[in-house]
Write a protein that binds this ligand. Sequence first.
Ligand code: ATP
Ligand code: MG
Length: 720
Amino acid sequence: MRRGADRYLEALNPEQREAVETLDGPLLVLAGAGTGKTRVLTTRIAHLLRLGRAHPGQILAVTFTNKAAREMKQRVSELIGGAVEGMPWLGTFHAIGVKILRRHAELVDLKPSFTVLDTDDQIRLIKQLLAAENIDEKRWPARVLASMIDGWKNRGLRSERVPDGESYGFANGKGRDLYAAYQRRLKDLNAVDFGDLLLENLRLFQDHPDVLARYQQRFRYMLVDEYQDTNVAQYLWLRLLAQREDGEPQNVCCVGDDDQSIYGWRGAEVDNILRFETDFPGAKVIRLERNYRSTAHILGAASGLIAHNQGRLGKTLHTEGDDGEKVVVQGCWDDEEEARVIGEDIEQLQRHEHALNEIAILVRASFQMRAFEDRFITLGLDYRVIGGPRFYERQEIRDAIAYLDVTLNPSNDLKFERIVNVPRRGLGEATLKSLHQLARANEIPLTQAARLIVETEELKPKPRRALAGLLADFDRWRSMVDTMRHTELAELILDESGYTGMWQADRSQQAEGRLENLKELIRFMEEFDTLAGFMEHVSLVMDAATEEGTDRVNLMTLHSAKGLEFDTVFLPGWDEGLLPHQRSLDEAGRSGLEEERRLAHVGLTRARKNAKITFAQNRRNYGMWQTAVPSRFIDELPHEHVQVAEDDGLRGYGPSRFDSEDMFASGNYETPGWQRARANRQRSGGAPRREPITIEGTLVAASTAEGAGLELGQRVFHQK
Ligand code: ATP
Ligand code: MG
């Protein structure tokens, strides 16, 4: 027994070992990326079990995602050499919260069978409330109230505690009352929303000290990963559980990194980590300084970048690993080119036996995934999307495609049914039922049944008018298919149907992403000549078999990459406005920008051996070209750790190749991507400005007469 224990302790450095062996009292491990914080937590659990300090049911361990929880369980089993029988309290805050709540539901006026509402249900409920109160939803959208309520819940505020001024922002000060009404409604339905999971836990603990005491005694050891991203409610919950009035030490161990706090927009308070020592008197703080994950160049680039943030504790990090390869920076013509370049790189890696599982592409915004997914499907590269649906499986993309499909093919019943009442037009269950009956009886498609039914008295006047209107709309759109440009038609359809408007009215952060995705869909349509051609492509990618093969490239947002690591990481879209995101640039103060920089830093520090940053020189926005500006974060990378990509991906795009308009005409050096880009540019009429792009005076992306004659990588001097 003892020997086994020694073996896993020997795999730690002295500071890590101290963190694992300091079992009594509060402990904070504050350390940078890749220093082994998660490893410390896992080993600590194994150690507690080995020493018999606690059995699995007495350890509370909080991870940031369910995936991380599964991995931790797995690792603990490996460490102690055998399956742990259950770690019932290892999971996310929410998973643990719901479990506790089910056991004591009655004490907070719920039945143990309560349901947890998802966002859609939540919005539906709020809409009903607004309607009941005669509040104009156009002026005061349900989503805005939903996010206000979430915000309050994240801060641990029940409706009666919401400060006076704070609800003025909604419906002339009714926000707080609506919040209270919403909670009453939830209780009637025997339901809770996500935010309630912790809030109701807090209420339970505060109102029933005996229950709290039981959990305080039960959880002899508490461990929290990614502590920098806890919000106030989670913090209060933890504090309550860690309060031992019997004089026993609080055995709470939190690990985190202030430089990786990336959920401020969701209410996370990096202050929690800065306050740890005052909150938990007698706390010990251990710093880990050796990074085991990344090569010296990657670590140097990431550290140099994050040093530009002001509000940070600052820490030293070193690695004893190799220098490795420098971080590669490469400019691409546009995002199609970006996907092509990265696709080629991956094929190249694959030829060198690099596992696809060990490759990740980390994007800032989900719409960026579209280009990669299309590219991978074309290349036959297996990939998986982590933390969200694939692009073509997203609700808004499926809805938009349904509209386009029905325009081309009115007898597509499934698609018609999907959007007949999206956005709402009063065509609910009853209407659909009548339609289905008629369609079945006559063996005709739904739209044809709809044509018949609007001529009768079967439907009430309101749905009848709405249905007739929708049919007329589809007829009109269909009549334009041959005459209007397909991208414009698609935009028109989404506008006139009210679909785009539905998300615009929405104003939530999620809706913003959906609008971006829709824009990306239309933007991509430019690549095809007709709507039918585009739809054919879509049906192919939607059907692409994806489930076989376990070795796959990982595609995810920077936010979902937290805590993970890969041999090779691609970081596309380092353009101003994308990373840093425009939203944060529009914010007053530096905090938004600093969070974006932490996000970039999280991205870079995921890489073990190779990291490649790319940016696009041009982005299309509704058919108009815009010159993109490389991210300021590229400039902030210390020069000695960065290497500008040689010709490779820019083949055929070198300065000498397109220094004049004449070069375009010759077509000699053009790749298909370039030809398409040119064709689109001519169609849209907006010529992209072509200026040399340099990083610290080195030419990275080519260009114009100014850049002519220069080789990529050559140093140039700007004349200001
Ligand atoms: P992040 O901040 O990104 O979550 P972290 O601090 O949690 O990082 P870990 O994921 O625990 O870091 O560790 C990073 C990598 O370094 C892992 O592959 C881990 O196995 C390895 N590692 C950590 N400590 C050691 C050690 N003492 N010896 C060898 N490898 C180690
Ligand atoms: Mg970690």
